[in-house]
Design a protein around this ligand. Structure first.
Ligand SMILES: [Fe+2]
Ligand SMILES: [Fe+2]
Length: 328
């Protein structure tokens, strides 16, 4: 089979993520660019290589004014609603933080490749859609108004300076993106299992679309690393270790999209970062693929059906249904 028509591991990953989203008819936009690849290792042939940027297409399944019926909320298993409120009060905003990160990268766009910049356009569209989707979910389960959410969001400060070490160039940004998006895929997969699946179909569909999209973003970052940064793939492991060190040193989320897993440290097993690194190295062909990635989102602390989430103090007084009940 000609090289250009073989399925890569990334193609299969994208297909799997889409299939797992259980969507009725997901539409995937694929932009394909054909490039002549120069001969390698003395082999005197040239081949077309597909350079793909993929974006899933889906519409927001709930309207801005949708509210989950009170009877539905009253029928939820104990702890689901209070924890989901706490989760969204904390997590809605990082999707919106894609904008300041995008703006920062745009301010240095002269250093970036056209393929990277065009991927970034699709990425921003998705992340802002995720932001709106999560705002609608938050409104639907809490009744919090959009004006209040907007006021909360604009009060937050987006700090680029503390994470500048991971924004050195296109290569380190892509490594950070791969790390972040794979972590988000696992995180949203966990959220679907713990929360979204208990809610009406429109809410559940949002959760499934979120994790499917993050899987595609991960795949796009991996593809660009392979296509544009082959000569630096040997630096990936050290760059990931640097990112993990920085995240641990900061111990907080600086509200510029990257390194937001600092706030999720208690939701994952201790081997989370190690397995994320192994998966990235596996996808880049630098190591064997790790087994059992699903253990990352299926893990629960001893004796808990879901990982307890502390309510952000900034929201605890504002929500009608408090998140103080038992997480189990
Ligand atoms: Fe997202
Ligand atoms: Fe993403």
């Amino acid at each position: 089979m000609p090289e250009a028509f073989r399925f890569t591991k990334r193609d299969i990953f994208v297909k799997k993520m889409t299939a797992r989203a259980h969507l009725s008819s997901p539409r995937i936009k694929v932009k394909t660019v054909h490039r002549e690849i120069p001969p390698r290792n003395g082999e005197h042939f040239a081949m077309n290589q597909k350079v793909m940027r993929v974006q899933r297409r889906w519409n927001l399944p709930i309207t801005p004014d949708y509210l989950v019926p009170e009877a539905w909320i009253n029928g939820l298993p104990s702890g689901v609603h209070s924890n989901f409120l706490a989760l969204l009060a904390r997590d809605v905003w990082s999707e919106g933080d894609s904008r300041p990160l995008y703006d920062y990268i745009q301010s240095r766009k002269g250093e970036m490749s056209p393929d990277f910049l065009s991927m970034l356009e699709l990425w921003l569209q998705d992340e802002l859609k995720h932001y709106e989707a999560m705002r609608r979910c938050f409104h639907a389960i809490s009744g919090v108004g959009y004006d209040e959410m907007d006021a909360f969001f604009v009060e937050r400060t987006h700090e680029v300076e503390p994470i500048k070490a991971v924004l050195r160039d296109e290569f380190t940004i892509l490594v950070a993106l791969a790390f972040d998006e794979l972590g988000s895929t696992m995180s949203y997969r966990r959220d679907v299992d713990e929360y979204y699946r208990f809610y009406p179909p429109g809410i559940e569909a949002i959760g499934r679309n979120l994790f499917a999209d993050e899987g595609v973003h991960f795949g796009n970052a991996i593809a660009l690393l392979k296509q544009h940064h082959q000569s630096r793939l040997g630096e990936v492991k050290a760059t990931l270790e640097e990112i993990i060190r920085l995240e641990a040193e900061l111990g907080r989320y600086t509200k510029t999209f990257f390194l937001d897993h600092a706030q999720e440290i208690n939701r994952f097993p201790s081997y989370f970062n190690e397995r994320i690194v192994a998966k990235i190295l596996g996808c880049l062909g630098l190591a064997a693929h790790p087994a059992n990635m699903s253990a990352l989102w299926m893990w629960r602390p001893e004796g808990c059906e879901r990982v307890p989430i502390a309510m952000d103090p900034a929201w605890s007084g504002r929500l009608v249904s408090s998140a103080t009940s038992s997480p189990q």
